[in-house]
Structures are given as C-alpha cells and as structure tokens.
Design a protein around this ligand. Sequence first.
Ligand SMILES: [Zn+2]
Length: 87
Amino acid sequence: MLPEIASLLSSQKLLSQFKSKIMAIKKLKHITQICKELYEEKGASAVYEYANERMNQMPNGNVSYKQCAGCEAETPHWHDTCLICGS
Ligand SMILES: [Zn+2]
C-alpha cells in the first residue's frame, strides 16, 4: 500500500471517530437542552412527561430516576445529570 493511501485511510478513521464523539456530545446537549427548555417553558411536569416517554421508548436507555440533592427528590436523570435542575 502506498504510504499516502495508508495515511489517508488512517486520517479518515480518525475523522469518523471524531465525528462519533461529536455526535455523542450533541446527543448529550440535545436531551439536557430539551429538558431545560421544557422546564423554562412549561415547568417540571413537562420534563417528567418527556423523561417518562423516553424511558418507555428506551427502557434500557440513559434516562432513569435518581435522587437529586439539588431538587431533594427523585428526578429524571440523563446518566448523572438531573434533567430538572441540570446538576
Ligand atoms: Zn435536580
């Protein structure tokens, strides 16, 4: 294999790894951003509704109820991020 082709292939591989990382970050922003906006527009109950829907659609997804120190309640979390207060 020509060295130029090998380096091109490896840079493409790096690029696709980079893209999937960006996608993961976008996803993170996505749900937390959605919930932030829902909370600001419609209040906490809208965030609970949205989170419950997510959990119904993806029972093994990244959204689950956890105790939040900031909210002093069991709230929907995306991983360890509270979707109500964002902490
Ligand atoms: Zn919270």
